[in-house]
Design a binder for this molecule. Structure first.
Ligand code: ADP
Ligand code: MG
Length: 157
C-alpha cells in the first residue's frame, strides 16, 4: 500500500489509525532517513493506543516501554547497534503482548522477527512536509494487521 502525505498532521492521523487496530504481538519496522518522520509516526501510533505520555526518541536507550495504553508499546531505535542485536534481548519484546515499533529495524538483519509490517517513509526533495509511505506486510499476522489498517482507513475517509 502506498500513501501520499502532505504534512505532519496527516502522518499523525494515519499513525493513530495504525495504533488503534494493532493486536498484541504485532511488530512495525520503520524505515527512512534521519528526519523522515519515524519518531513522529511512533507518537501518533502511541496516541492510537491511548497513550498520552510524551514519547521520547529512544536513540540512546534503544528501548522505551509504555504501559498505560490499550496495549503496551515497545518503542525501539536500533540505529546505534554496532555489534549485532543478539545480546539485546529484543526477542522478549517481539514475543511479548505489546506492539513493537522499531526505528531503523532493517539494521537488525537476522534478528528481525519473522512476521512484521514495514513502513518506509520517503521525503519529498521539493516539499519539506510531503512524504510517501509504503506499507508492506511480511507474514500472516502482519497481513491481517495491514488489512485492518486498510479497512479502518477506508472507514475514515
Ligand atoms: P526520524 O525519527 O525519522 O529521524 P522525526 O520524526 O524525529 O524523524 O523528525 C521528523 C521531522 O520532520 C519533524 O521535525 C517533523 O515535524 C518534520 N515533518 C515535516 N513534515 C512531516 C510529515 N509529513 N510527517 C512527519 N514528519 C514531518
Ligand atoms: Mg527517530
Amino acid at each position: 500500500m502506498e500513501i501520499r502525505i502532505n504534512n505532519p498532521e496527516e502522518t499523525e492521523t494515519i499513525a493513530k489509525i495504525i495504533g488503534s487496530v494493532a493486536d498484541p504481538g504485532d511488530t512495525i519496522i520503520l524505515s527512512g532517513d534521519l528526519g523522515a518522520g519515524k519518531t513522529t509516526m511512533t507518537k501518533g501510533i502511541a496516541l492510537g493506543l491511548g497513550i498520552d505520555q510524551m514519547i521520547k526518541s529512544p536513540t540512546y536507550t534503544i528501548i522505551r516501554e509504555y504501559q498505560q495504553g490499550r496495549l503496551p508499546l515497545y518503542h525501539m531505535d536500533v540505529y546505534r547497534i554496532e555489534n549485532g542485536a543478539d545480546d539485546l534481548g529484543l526477542d522478549e519484546y517481539f514475543e511479548g503482548d505489546g506492539l513493537s515499533v522499531v526505528e531503523w529495524g532493517k539494521l537488525l538483519g537476522e534478528f528481525l522477527p519473522a512476521d512484521y509490517v514495514d513502513i518506509t517513509i520517503e521525503k519529498d526533495p521539493e516539499d519539506m512536509e510531503k512524504r510517501k509511505l509504503r506499507i508492506q506486510a511480511f507474514g500472516k499476522k502482519s497481513e491481517q494487521f495491514l488489512s485492518r489498517i486498510q479497512q479502518k482507513m477506508e472507514e475514515s475517509v
